[in-house]
Design a binder for this molecule. Sequence first.
Ligand code: ZN
Length: 167
Amino acid sequence: MNNSIEKYKENLKRIDELSIEIAESAIEYFQISYNKDSFIIEGQDFNRYSEKDRSYIKRFKGIILEIFENRCAICGGNRGIESDHFFIPKVHGGSFGLKTHHGKIVNNAIPLCESCNRSKGSKSYKKLEERIVSQIIAKNEILTKRIDSELREHPNPPRSNPQHYYK
Ligand SMILES: [Zn+2]
């Protein structure tokens, strides 16, 4: 009995280590910066529900939900999924799509369930468990790459978007 508990704990620890490693290699591979200074932040970026944020979500929420498997990025639940700003919160001028000084767009939107959204508030993602942050970052790298290639192929949004609904 004790042995299996020990083994279970040891495996959990290995998952944590592995997800951190995956996130680190993803960051290295995609070379995405999570440093605020790497992005162009303008006055309107501090406003909730800005046109910029709304059109970004309208266009990309299908891809975001696909990568996050229609689940909350923190708890994995699927009730009342909404988008929230991830590594740069709104109070610091974070938009859902952050533009680097080189013109690249880095995704800053993650799906959160109502209760995680409420309890996270505008707290920094750094307050989240390291394992969860690593998982979100790994998914965010994939997402940013998908969105980047979509923007390259279609710089202007296609007229009819496939409809995906959060609720
Ligand atoms: Zn949640």
